[in-house]
Design a protein. Structure first.
Length: 390
């Protein structure tokens, strides 16, 4: 609860009037001071009334690509039974305030407001809560309360179509790729028999030892597995335009394009970050997989970390060996660190590096890698489709 400038003036006047009136026995001044106190009490009681409001939000849609339209529909309902709500309300949408008219909102009635959500920048736009300000008729006291929760709108990076996809370390026996990761080429593990399994896959020796049918579980090792590593270190993207690292935004678009192309071709893909979110950058802890890679790309931000963070991340990649095709996306500040990425060629037969925002071309033979220099995501997509050898 806050007292306005008018309320503060009236409070000071009330104290002065009451003090002078009682001190010098002026009943007129005492009456005026008492009236001012009554007015302040009435203002406090009026502003303290808490209206009963129900707030519902619907994002249409709640996930969009950068630049695509998105709207938020806000419905405010007066669930009270006695009084109409006459309030000043504002809804917070990202960094701006949207006015919401709540004039004479009668009991059991509602009002709906629809407005556009800004999607010109990649990120997660928080919408809400609704801030309702209650004022007294004299404008002496103002009380602000929050209603409803926050609803995020995920603004994904732009996706540029990629025609080419890696074919992996080896060719599939049934064509370029298989549609499922389980096949009949390489033994992977044993599991219990389920109805429908082929009897020729039963491992009789193990079945006799454990007392129940066990079948072989095989995998197709020729199925390409993509690992997309996004370098989100602030040191890798030193250039800023209005506080935004355009090279990092381009890298996010490239990562989204590669992930979308892999999903389109039913290829396993993992999205990893060099530096973890927050302040914990030790040990390459940022290399966690995600079930929603586009959401991660919408929420990812630049993090602090130097070459030691990159070295730790590459060491973990070498140990885990998550796939056979590694796509490393970085900025101009990491051109001197590509040797750490080149050290992964023994673990990953195909390594492609995308460098964004560099002033000049990166040497083609840098660390023996396939390097793609691009100014933005669209140029990366064109260069990617031109790669002849993975």
């Amino acid at each position: 609860m806050g007292i306005t400038a008018r309320g503060i003036g009236l409070l000071v006047a009330a104290v002065v009037l009451l003090g002078v009136g009682f001190r010098y026995a002026y009943p007129e001044l005492t009456v005026l001071g008492a009236a001012a106190v009554v007015a302040l009490g009435y203002a406090l009681a009026t502003a303290a009334w808490r209206p009963r409001l129900a707030v519902e939000r619907t994002a249409d849609p709640d996930r969009v690509a950068r630049g695509e339209p998105a709207a938020m529909t806000l419905t405010v309902r007066n669930t009270g039974r006695l009084r109409a709500a006459n309030l000043v309300a504002e809804d917070r949408c990202g960094g701006r305030l949207v006015p919401v008219p709540l004039l004479r909102l009668r009991p059991s009635r509602d009002t709906t407001v629809r407005y556009d959500v800004p999607t010109h920048r990649r990120g997660v736009v928080p919408v809400g809560p609704l801030r309702v300000t209650r004022r007294d008729p004299l404008g002496l006291v103002a009380l602000a309360r929050s209603y409803g929760g926050r609803v995020p709108v995920w603004v994904h990076p732009r996706i540029h179509p990629l025609r080419a996809v890696p074919t992996g370390a080896g060719r599939s026996l049934d064509g370029r790729t298989d549609s499922v990761p389980h096949g009949s080429i390489t033994f992977d593990s044993l599991r219990e028999y389920v109805v429908g399994d082929e009897l020729r896959r039963v491992h009789w020796r193990t079945s006799a030892r454990v007392g129940e049918l066990m079948v072989r579980e095989n995998v197709d090792t020729s199925l390409p597995r993509l690992v997309v590593v996004l370098d989100n270190r602030a040191a890798a993207h030193p250039d800023r335009v209005d506080g935004v690292a355009e090279s990092f935004e381009a890298a996010c678009e490239a990562a989204a394009s590669v992930v979308a192309a892999a999903v389109r071709e039913d290829l396993p893909v993992s999205l990893l970050l060099v530096a973890p979110p927050g302040d914990d950058t030790a040990g390459g802890a940022g290399l966690e997989t995600s079930t929603a890679p586009l959401d991660r790309l919408a929420a990812v931000e630049l993090a602090e970390g130097g070459v030691d963070v990159l070295r730790a991340a590459m060491s973990r990649l070498r140990q885990d060996r998550l796939g056979d095709t590694l796509v490393f996306l970085t900025g101009p500040g990491a051109r001197g660190d590509l040797g750490h990425v080149g050290a992964l060629r023994g673990a990953y037969p195909s390594v492609v590096v995308g460098v964004f925002g560099a002033a000049g071309p990166t040497p083609a033979g840098a660390a023996g890698l396939t390097v793609v220099d691009a100014a933005d995501g669209a140029e990366f997509a064109a260069e990617w489709d031109g790669i002849r050898r993975w």
